[in-house]
Design a protein around this ligand. Structure first.
Ligand code: ATP
Ligand code: MG
Length: 352
């Protein structure tokens, strides 16, 4: 019997609701399939904790969760804490501290789900987001605050090591998929330093992957390709900021933010990887019991695959698809089902 140590950080808002549902699913899978189970440790690092203690992660907190096999994360964000403080207080220290440089965001229209596109069925993408540097490197500053001459800089940092490893990761992923196609997204017409480095390193790495077809799109142009010609795209690699925006678009085109999962991977496995839904804390629906748990179930399937439990991950994906196909949908997908009902339905399919 294999025991996986999971660090659960439910966080704020609907994060707590969807992580609770996700843990029920993981336990249901372990019961049904056998051979593995989970030892889950909960970390209460939410915005209330921050307001009380002045930090999200206590001293030694990162070292403690560094021993986990994976991190299962809900959402962070509160009306009482500025977004840049909560993001930099909890999520980014984990991504950066554990060098989770590859952020993987699959997008596909699940059976029974309606895409706003008439040809939404053609969406079958994986967006690979550089997750450790770029526009979110945190460098910059402000001078002359409040004066008419005030200046603020937000410095993007791109390192050759950082660019090369994300391209290599994206090529490997593209190679593993039937279409074997990779689109490089930059803005190298207007941003002539970092983005040109992205282009150059991409061309270098491409030589090692002659079996992967490639093309290049500017970030503004690729939004139109996503909407008008979704079949032209397979794997997309883009910077931290660009891929952040593109993946919200991808989530909306595939039906709802409530079904979009993400994995923050440390590909060389020297630290744990983190699995979370793309959506945030969604205070407008918190406490109503209607948060869509599908994004969290899907990311749980990605976590299982990462842990080496591929069969369990596939079993869970099939159960998710059977439930979405049945028309049992939460309000974000146009239905009236609750988080509880969707969770019970997936548990029921799993247990068969
Ligand atoms: P963040 O700043 O953390 O990215 P956000 O401001 O982008 O958060 P989200 O919390 O991600 O906002 O959600 C945007 C809207 O999408 C919410 O107000 C909510 O109505 C809807 N939404 C997001 N996630 C879900 C979900 N799991 N189920 C149902 N609706 C959702
Ligand atoms: Mg958002």
């Amino acid at each position: 019997m294999k025991t996986y140590n999971i660090a659960a950080i439910p966080g704020d808002g609907i994060g707590t609701e969807v992580i609770a549902a996700g843990l029920e699913i993981l336990e249901g899978l372990a019961r049904r399939l056998g051979g593995f189970n989970f030892d889950v440790t909960h970390y209460p690092w939410d915005s209330e904790y921050y307001l009380k203690h002045g930090h999200y992660i206590p001293d030694g907190g990162l070292a403690e969760i560094s021993k986990a096999d994976a991190i299962f994360f809900g959402a962070v964000g509160s009306l009482k804490v500025a977004d840049h403080i909560s993001l930099w207080g909890l999520r980014l220290p984990i991504c950066q501290g554990f060098d989770q440089y590859a952020n993987v965001r699959p997008a596909r229209v699940l059976p029974g789900v309606k895409s706003p596109l008439s040809n939404g069925q053609a969406i079958d993408w994986v967006i690979v987001r550089e997750n450790s540097e770029g526009e979110y490197s945190g460098s910059g500053g402000r001078v002359h605050q409040g004066l008419p001459i005030e200046v603020a800089t937000e410095v993007s940092t791109f390192t050759r090591v950082g660019v090369e490893r994300i391209h290599r990761f994206a090529f490997e992923l593209a190679r593993s998929r039937p279409a074997k196609h990779l689109t490089l997204v930059t803005k190298s017409n207007a941003q002539r330093h970092g983005m040109v480095l992205w282009d150059e390193v991409f061309a270098e790495v491409a030589r090692d992957y002659p079996d992967v077809r490639t093309n290049r799109e500017l970030v503004d142009a690729v939004t139109t390709t996503m909407v008008l010609k979704p079949e032209k795209l397979d794997v997309i690699v883009a910077t931290n900021l660009h891929a952040d925006i593109l993946s919200d678009l991808a989530a909306a085109l595939s039906g709802s933010l409530g079904i979009a999962p993400t994995a923050n991977l440390n590909p060389d496995r020297s630290f744990p990887s983190m699995f979370e839904p793309i959506h945030g804390s969604a205070f407008d629906i918190t406490g109503k019991g209607i948060a869509n748990p599908i994004a969290t179930f899907w990311t749980a399937a990605m976590m299982l695959e990462h842990l080496g439990e591929r069969k369990a991950g596939e079993h869970l994906m099939r159960a998710i698809e059977e439930v979405t196909a049945s028309g049992l949908h939460t309000p974000d997908l146009g239905g009236t089902a609750t988080t509880r009902q969707v969770t019970d339905a997936v548990l029921e399919v799993i247990s068969r």
